[in-house]
Design a protein around this ligand. Structure first.
Ligand SMILES: Cc1cc2nc3c(=O)[nH]c(=O)nc-3n(C[C@H](O)[C@H](O)[C@H](O)COP(=O)(O)O)c2cc1C
Length: 347
């Protein structure tokens, strides 16, 4: 359960503009005003992903801490791993405000930030200075005005490679025009080759959109296999708007949160039939049951973002402890044993 302080804090934040509220939430984290139990772990929750040790399989999704200014407090919030960014080679302001909308009736959000960030050098500098702790990755993006988007990913990879535990090629944000076109077979293969060439020893992950057709998912799996990608993150936000009730439902941008759960889990399960690459399930996770469902659908780990807007950072501990209990209930000694155990439910 949320503490009274947290409930009052969230209530106050939700009366503010969502982007202002998010800035305050990050500031509260930096001032250690948020729950910080440290990484929640049990023998059942411990796992490895792309040779990284994770105390638990519940991670923070990219976009929450775009500039890496709250790595230390987020590392103590209960997560098993966190992803910072997206970082682009050059700093950029992103799209005009407003660009983040709460869809409270739908437990969802729509954002069209467009990779606002302080640039790879500033962000990687912060990551270089961080202390020991849970694995920290960086989400790689491309500048809006870049003439060679594929090269942008390689440039951020070079800036990050000695300072992160993994790096994610994000060709699935809907908010940079034509970025998603880089998910096509030939373009993606060339882009991944460029990143793999400069990665050093850093594992490279690939993050995909939930709006791909079955044929496109198969292409992505084939290219990722050939490129030597260490994990696939499924999924980013959706352009779909089915079944929404909130006033902001028709805002342009990517939809995240509860309405994305089913769609992203189906893409995840489909992928798991096409590749042996470890998968990270993201999209609409707000409870231990949903984290467990993604794992049973084929995810080795999960990430979340939007549910934190509604449930507070204390949700992380609730989900991890609840996940441990669900695994125990079903007789799994280790989370890895549950991965993909019910993927048929989603195909
Ligand atoms: C405000 C906001 C900003 C985001 N920024 C990024 C980003 O920079 N890079 C990225 O790969 N995903 C980004 N995402 C997508 C999330 O990482 C995640 O894939 C998506 O929101 C689905 O998970 P959720 O339903 O738990 O939020 C962003 C999401 C939100 C809500």
């Amino acid at each position: 359960m949320m503490s009274l302080i947290e409930r009052l804090g969230l209530g106050a934040l939700h009366r503010l503009d969502p982007e202002v509220a998010h800035g305050l939430a990050l500031r509260a984290l930096r001032c250690n005003l948020a729950p910080s139990p440290g990484p929640v772990t049990t023998p059942r929750l411990q796992t490895t992903l792309a040779d990284m040790y994770l105390p638990n399989p519940v991670g923070l999704a990219a976009g929450f801490d775009k500039n890496g200014t709250a790595v230390a407090p987020l590392s103590r919030a209960g997560f098993g791993f966190i992803e910072i960014g997206a970082a682009t080679p050059l700093p950029q302001p992103g799209n005009p405000r407003p660009r983040l909308f709460r869809l409270s009736e739908d437990a969802a959000a729509i954002n069209r930030f467009g990779f606002n960030n302080e640039g790879a050098d500033a962000i990687c500098g912060r990551l270089a200075r961080r202390g020991a702790g849970i694995p920290v990755g960086l989400n790689l993006g491309a500048n809006k005005t870049s003439t060679d988007r594929a090269d942008d990913f390689a440039r951020v990879m070079i800036a990050a490679r000695n300072h992160v535990d993994f790096a994610t090629v994000n060709v699935s944000s809907p908010n940079t025009e034509k970025l998603r076109d880089l998910q096509g077979k030939a373009a993606l293969a060339a882009l991944l080759d460029g990143v793999m060439e400069v990665r050093g020893a850093t594992p490279v992950f690939l993050k995909i959109a939930p709006d791909l057709s079955e044929a496109e998912i198969a292409d992505v799996a084939e290219v990722a296999n050939a490129a030597g990608i260490s994990a696939i993150i499924a999924t980013n936000t959706t352009l779909g708007r089915d079944g929404l009730r909130s006033a902001h439902a028709q805002q342009a941008g990517g939809l995240s949160g509860a309405p994305l759960f089913e769609k992203s889990t189906r893409v995840l399960a489909r992928l798991s039939t096409l590749t042996d690459i470890p998968l990270i399930g993201v999209g609409g996770v707000s409870s231990a049951e949903q984290a467990y469902a993604k794992i049973c659908a084929g995810a080795s780990a999960v990430q979340l973002y939007t549910a934190l807007v509604y449930g507070g950072i204390g949700l992380v501990g609730e989900i991890t402890r609840g996940l441990d209990a669900l695994l125990a209930r079903d007789g799994f000694d280790q989370v890895a044993d549950a991965v993909g155990s019910r993927k048929g439910d989603w195909l």
